[in-house]
Design a protein around this ligand. Structure first.
Ligand code: TEU
Length: 570
């Protein structure tokens, strides 16, 4: 670390709001800006420094707002620009920054840019997207005539035929999310201008959706290439052609110059980067290269499935330690980590990595939170995580809303999978687990809405809700408050070095953090059996407890799901 003052976000905790599911203020069953305004006190009370707001722009809502038809406004579903300004002021008034979601790998197919692009092969906006004729020697619309064999993130091919022109357009995600052509400088300048307008409005940065997919690997002839075949589907894996493509660093550096250079350093940029490696992340987050402050990597949320998210396998703690340990070491001297378990795309951590049975739900939620927040990096809390929200007990297809889950069901069943098994996988892995309404209180719609919620409220809200936890010092909520405060108060939490201990132990996750002679020892029992701490880490036994998730008891034994942050005697 240099002698310069470290960036403010090294001490910060970010809270993600997924507006559709946070708080409804007008009774239509969908969360909105007015609702967030009503809950600003909850955020201030928690002590978070930043809110990352998932998309609120006008959108046909094919992917809950990640399909944007106008970057410059607010969807009436969520409110108005005036309300947005009011929210921004309310957050700023409490010292909380607001980071917008920036979704510019693709637009909605209803964005005027795409409508214009599709209108004719000579449209001035034709080259703003990826249009290609059918595969050589094949007729448009014939199965397999797609320009490449790539499998979409949301099932099916990544190409949709436009009947009028006989050409296909590229969409890595849903067919209503056509990919922008970043090779085109006009596209880039339009995006930068839009970003500048939001910053001028007062927002404090961006979370950049799938930003490592904007550079596609086109050869000198503009050709895109097939990827290796995938098992079980008639498609291939195109990721080598679009993950961290050849111009990705150039584009992000250009964006930095055009949008961020010379602005006050209160801003935060975080690039969402599926498939990013730690070596690449060092480049993306090296301050000297001026690209982004930090990235969301996906390694740890890929350890409990085989190949794809619908084929789960048990998580091995050793794999998690090896992965987190590698990221901590890889970004120790250059760059910065972001730390997360949950977001709007992931099933709930307490159900996935913890134990959501009544006996261990509170303890495992607080244990996981302690483990994460004590790493070096910027922690992200996803709405509801701070009260220990769990997966939804889905039993029927009709309960799902997410385009990824629904498309997967159609495709898997069409390819011969057993519908009951497909449903079981969805119950466990669907993004809808993260999208059920925030559980504010024990009332029928959990205080989320006075109407009918767009997706069912988890029946466990009668017991698991914010109101029940607010005054309870032993609650998951109170524990998050303490963790956030600890990062603010203790320089060693924000900036200390990280050393993994017991890398091969299956149930105890332990590490130290050190800064200028101050050391914290963090010990977490990530399983249901007591662990003999005295044998495993004798130095932990006499150490002072800085923060724990269970009442102090026998210092020599780590109880199931117990987490302790200790300061060993010097
Ligand atoms: O997600 C990107 C991504 O690759 C994965 O999270 C993927 O969408 C899926 O969840 C894997 O199971 C981002 C957004 O976070 C997500 O909500 C959007 O649907 C997607 O991009 C497209 O904009």
């Amino acid at each position: 670390m240099s002698t310069e003052e470290p960036p403010w976000w090294t001490r910060a905790v970010v809270y993600q709001v997924y507006p559709r599911s946070f708080q409804d203020s007008d009774g239509d069953g969908i969360g909105d800006l007015g609702g967030i305004l009503q809950r600003v006190d909850h955020l201030a009370d928690l002590g978070v420094d930043v809110v990352w707001l998932s998309p609120v722009y006008p959108s046909p809502q094919a992917d809950n707002g990640y399909d944007i038809s106008d970057y410059e406004d607010i969807d009436p579903l969520f409110g108005t620009l005036a309300q947005f300004d009011e929210l921004l002021a309310a957050l700023h008034g409490r010292g909380i920054r607001l980071v917008m979601d920036l979704v510019v790998n693709h637009t909605s197919d209803e964005h005027p840019w795409f409508v214009e692009s599709r209108s004719s092969t000579d449209s001035p906006k034709r080259a703003w997207y990826w249009w290609r004729p059918p595969r050589e020697g094949m007729a448009a619309g014939q199965p397999g005539a797609e320009p490449t064999n790539w499998h979409s993130f949301f099932s099916g091919p990544t190409w949709t035929l436009d009947q009028d022109s006989g050409e296909y357009y590229l969409h890595l995600f849903a067919r209503k999310q056509p990919d922008l052509n970043w090779e085109n400088p006009e596209v880039r300048q339009a995006v930068y201008a839009m970003m500048r307008r939001w910053l001028d409005r007062g927002v404090d940065g961006f979370r950049m959706d799938v930003i490592n997919m904007i550079s596609k690997d086109v050869g000198p002839d503009g050709a895109l290439h097939d990827g290796p075949p995938l098992p079980g589907v008639p498609y291939g894996d195109g990721s080598a052609s679009y993950l961290c493509g050849p111009r990705i660093h150039e584009f992000l550096q250009e964006m930095h110059r055009e949008v961020f250079a010379g602005r006050p350093d209160r801003l935060l940029t975080v690039g969402e980067m599926p498939g990013v490696t730690v070596e690449q992340a060092r480049l993306f987050t090296d301050p000297a290269r001026a690209e982004v402050d930090m990235v969301f990597q996906f390694e740890h949320v890929g350890l409990d499935f085989d190949g794809d998210k619908w084929h789960p396998r048990p998580l091995r703690m050793r794999d998690l330690k090896a992965s987190f340990g590698r990221w901590q070491a890889g970004l120790a001297d250059v760059g910065w980590n972001s730390l997360y378990w949950d977001n709007h795309d992931q099933p709930r951590a307490v159900s996935r990595f913890g134990d959501d049975s009544p006996r261990f739900r509170r303890d495992s939620a607080t244990c996981l939170a302690t483990l994460l927040h004590l790493h070096r990096g910027t922690p992200y809390v996803y709405q509801g995580e701070e009260i220990g929200m769990a997966n939804f007990p889905f039993t029927a297809l009709e309960q799902f809303r997410d385009v990824e889950s629904l498309n997967h069901h159609v495709q898997a069943v069409a390819h011969g999978a057993d519908p009951a098994e497909v449903l079981a996988a969805m119950r466990r892995a669907s993004r809808d687990n993260a999208r059920t309404p925030v559980q504010w209180d024990a009332s029928p719609a959990a205080g989320f809405t006075t109407g009918t919620p767009w997706i069912a409220v988890n029946p466990d809200h009668r017991e698991w809700n914010a109101a029940a936890q607010r005054e309870d010092p032993t609650s998951v909520l109170a524990h998050h408050r303490r963790l956030i405060a600890l990062r603010h108060e203790e320089p060693v939490v924000a900036l200390g070095d990280f050393t993994m201990l017991l890398p091969d132990h299956d149930d105890v996750y332990a590490f130290t953090r050190s800064l200028d002679g101050d050391t914290l020892l963090v010990v977490c029992n990530v399983g249901p059996a007591p662990q003999p701490l005295a044998d495993l880490l004798p130095e932990a036994v006499g150490a002072g407890v800085v923060l724990g998730n269970l009442p102090e008891d026998d210092p020599a034994v780590l109880r199931p799901w117990e987490a302790r942050v200790l300061r060993p005697a010097r």
